[in-house]
Write a protein that binds this ligand. Structure first.
Ligand SMILES: O=C(O)CCC(=O)C(=O)O
Ligand SMILES: [Fe+2]
Length: 414
């Protein structure tokens, strides 16, 4: 898999590039109706901030706001002032210009790593005592990495507080339930080898909840969520964890262990593997039902997934246009598909034949959607230009305590 960012030299040039409207794609549903894909990119702020070379829009960060705006972790500089650990050195707010109020700030001073946040979880095996937090004597690269493991859900205690609900709240939940019951899966043939299964997970009412909870549990343990970076030190705008095998953005290759801390990636849960199998089967049923004489199995071959990349995007998360091509040459040649599941907030997903956002097509991936791209579409450029806040199903948030943002799982066969 190759994840390369589009490099643009200045904010001005990036903004002007982005002001060009991308093409809207027509949806072709199984019934043959033409639908217009819902668009979201136009609604997002067009500015860029920070020093990341990225094609994607960001909300401007104003002075005096959070040091780590958008990270979903440190919401206010006050968090640092009020931190209870005596040895934690507080950052100097004056050092943080609006420009630096980006995730690059988050990674540098040790104090950020050691300050305890509700969502940064210390890996189980090496839970540090408050006294040792901030002490330099026990630091090691492995420990640093463990300290950064990230909880995609609210802290357990907080998540399990049972509040007395008002009648209004109960009625609202009933309405949500009723809405949820109406959700019907729909398959959309985006292009040869690329099929979108809308609401695929939602019709199995506990699937989304199970996936989020499982990823949460795996994500806080060894081999769990961390913020990956490229060789040049630039950080990706997401948290990542790998299952089965580890993908390393620095070497752009797979391995059995992570280079950052030597941890082995957790195994892919059996339930996830079955889910991939069912999604591919469902795409075959759909293709076979269309009387176009397509050979479903060659358009979207079956896979035995042995690796999965799990990404968590907060509301400022994004991923530049890239191809997934670090899997085995034979897998790529055979067009073995990437099978992707989305949960939580909606993503604006871009895809096309070139690494050019102006030529890319755009589709919204909502919670419960599955996307398959294999065969002739295995080498498409794709990426996530934005996450649309407050679009996650309420029931999913209530049942899992998932943080604002989006969880995405992409399964592949090495
Ligand atoms: O989040 C997504 O929808 C895409 C993720 C992706 O392309 C990747 O992990 O390679
Ligand atoms: Fe990808």
């Amino acid at each position: 898999m190759l994840r390369s960012w589009l490099i643009t030299s200045s904010v001005a040039s990036r903004s002007s590039r982005f002001s060009v409207l991308r093409r809207r794609i027509p949806f072709f549903s199984s019934s043959g109706d033409n639908k217009t894909a819902k668009m979201s990119g136009q609604g997002t702020p067009g500015g860029f901030s920070g020093n990341r070379a990225s094609p994607h829009p960001r909300k401007p960060v104003s002075a005096g706001k959070s040091m780590c705006q958008g990270d979903g972790v440190y919401k206010s500089p006050n968090v640092f002032r009020n931190a209870k650990y005596p040895k934690t050195v507080m950052p100097q707010h004056s050092q943080a210009s609006p420009e630096s109020a980006d995730e690059s700030t988050y990674e540098s001073p040790n104090v950020f790593r050691y300050a305890k946040s509700p969502h940064t979880v210390i890996a189980q095996r090496s839970r540090a005592s408050p006294e040792s937090i901030g002490s330099n004597t026990r630091r090691s690269p492995q420990r640093d990495a463990e300290m950064q493991h990230f909880d995609i859900c609210k802290a357990k205690d907080a998540g399990h507080v049972i509040l007395k609900r008002s009648l209004q709240a109960i009625n609202r939940e009933k309405r949500i339930e009723a809405e949820r019951a109406k959700i019907v899966p729909q398959h959309i043939h985006l292009r040869p080898g690329m099929i979108l299964l809308k609401n695929y997970l939602d019709h199995d009412d506990q699937a989304c909840v199970k996936i989020v909870k499982k990823c949460r549990d795996l994500g806080v343990g060894l081999g769990g969520f961390y913020r990956p970076g490229y060789r040049d030190g630039a950080k990706l705008h997401l948290r990542m964890m790998c299952l089965g095998m580890n993908w390393d953005p620095q070497s752009r290759s797979y391995d059995s262990k992570r280079s950052i801390d030597g941890a082995e990636p957790p195994k892919i849960p059996e339930y996830f593997i079955e889910m991939v199998d069912r999604a591919i089967q469902s795409s075959h049923d759909f293709l076979n039902a269309q009387s176009h004489g397509v050979n479903a199995a060659s358009e979207v071959p079956k896979i035995s997934p042995d690796l999965c990349i799990v990404n968590f995007y907060d509301n400022n998360g994004r991923l530049g246009l890239h191809q997934d091509r670090d899997e085995r040459e034979e897998s790529l040649r055979r067009g073995l598909p990437v099978v992707s599941f989305s949960l939580g907030d909606t993503a604006t997903f871009l895809y096309g034949d070139q690494r050019d956002i102006n030529k890319a097509q755009e589709v919204e991936l909502e919670s419960g959607d599955a996307l398959i791209f294999g065969g002739k579409s295995r080498h498409i450029f794709h990426g996530v230009s934005s996450i649309i806040p407050n679009t996650a199903p309420k029931w999913l948030i209530e049942e899992t305590g998932m943080l604002p943002g989006r969880l995405n799982l992409t399964f592949r066969q090495y």
